[in-house]
Design a protein around this ligand. Sequence first.
Ligand SMILES: [Zn+2]
Length: 159
Amino acid sequence: MKIRVGFGYDVHRLADNRDLWLGGVKIEHTQGLLGHSDADVLIHAICDAILGAANLRDIGFHFPDTADEYKDVDSKLLLAKTLEVITEKGYVIGNVDATICAERPKINPHIPQMQKVMAEILKISQEDISIKATTSEKVGFVGREEGFAAYAVALIEKK
Ligand SMILES: [Zn+2]
């Protein structure tokens, strides 16, 4: 069995009059993340980790932000397509571990729902998708509430 690991990182700016989507879940907040898609920073970092593990470039390569097709797209669709791309190359996902960096709102209460939504899309157990959240202690762009960042690693296997 061949085992590979990949890493993903993403940032989106916070803006008024935008919905906040994180891990495929809509969260009540005074602002949302800005982007060509729904700007789900957590899903994007996870997509990049999975694609990176398979050495299949990154999310921008597969789903360009210049394409009208991906304007305001639901990132859950990108996650599903990411799974398709690595499945074609013969890989299955072992596990995913991710961290969201956000000053506000509280992310922890939403984590079980994010795990449920993303595990279903990735066809893995909720046990195999770990999500953590941290603030930035009011330091830097996350601390100033200018944006959110997300980091992820993914392990994939080929039988
Ligand atoms: Zn993104």
